[in-house]
Design a protein around this ligand. Structure first.
Ligand SMILES: C[S@@+](CC[C@H](N)C(=O)[O-])C[C@H]1O[C@@H](n2cnc3c(N)ncnc32)[C@H](O)[C@@H]1O
Length: 246
């Protein structure tokens, strides 16, 4: 199993909680003895995960920054990343999915995962190529959501979108250049929200495959929102509609 590095309290604690068996070992700052560290050490012990105490400069060297908060885990791929069919079959009620078409900034990916978790999306779907992977920075920014939201990478996004359509999941594409407003979209049924990349937006084929295209009304001088902010606005509108409908 290929190991990845995850760091920061949220990310490591969440991995311990959701998928401890994927963790090979945890490195902690020997100088940290606060409550948060004690809780993490207890959780690691309970999960039978080896913990190695080192000085914090060694942690700096491993991560390449000081943003590790004194804890790093070496872990395998998240086992939540699984087969899309299996996932869809296991969802109770209408699926709510977030599709990211070629996000390149790990901070944006992490923030999208975090907001997907907050809004109760059932999965985040991303293309394998020409997009940032779920690296340590993305996992850190996700604040634990990388471990809780199923993250599915697909080799051919257009084909996956067609498969979602065959399952009668409405593909709702987002762009700042259409008249139809987010508030006209119906998110109460099975739905996949499709977001574009930071610079170019959705690729042509992705855009053409969507059933509807919607725009978040903008009231200021800038034309578009950051993709994670736009994901949050749309996903929480979807949640609102579903709450009202029940
Ligand atoms: C920075 S924007 C890219 C803007 C690009 N000009 C476009 O055509 O989409 C990144 C992504 O965030 C979403 N987004 C940002 N602002 C939006 C808005 N006002 N309405 C709908 N989606 C928006 C879209 O998914 C967009 O592709």
């Amino acid at each position: 199993m290929k190991s990845k590095m995850i760091f920061g309290f949220h990310a490591v604690t969440a991995r311990l909680r959701h998928d401890a068996s994927s963790i090979e070992e945890i490195y902690v700052d020997a100088g940290r003895v606060d409550r948060r560290m004690q809780d993490l050490l207890h959780a690691a012990k309970a999960a039978n995960v080896r913990v190695i105490s080192v000085d914090d400069q060694r942690l700096d060297r491993i991560v390449g920054t000081r943003r590790h908060q004194g804890v790093i885990a070496l872990a395998g791929e998240i086992s939540l990343a699984r087969n899309l069919d299996e996932l869809l079959d296991g969802i109770d009620g209408p699926p709510l999915l977030l599709v990211l078409d070629g996000i390149t900034d790990p901070h944006n990916l992490g923030a999208c995962l975090r907001v997907a978790d907050g809004a109760g999306a059932h999965a985040v779907i991303v293309p394998k190529d020409r997009a940032v992977g779920l690296n340590a920075t993305a996992a850190k920014v996700a604040s634990g959501a990388a471990e809780s939201v199923p993250y599915i990478t697909v080799t051919n996004l257009a084909r996956t979108l067609r498969e979602l359509k065959e399952r009668e999941i409405l593909l709702i594409g987002t762009t700042d250049d259409v008249e139809t407003s987010l508030y006209q979209a119906d998110f109460t049924g099975p739905a996949a929200l499709v977001m574009g990349s930071e610079g170019e937006g959705m690729r042509r084929l992705t855009r053409e495959t969507c059933d509807v295209l919607i725009s978040i009304p903008m009231f200021g001088a800038v034309e578009s929102l950051n993709v994670s902010v736009a994901s949050g606005v749309c996903l929480f509108e979807a949640r609102r509609q579903r709450l009202v409908a029940t």
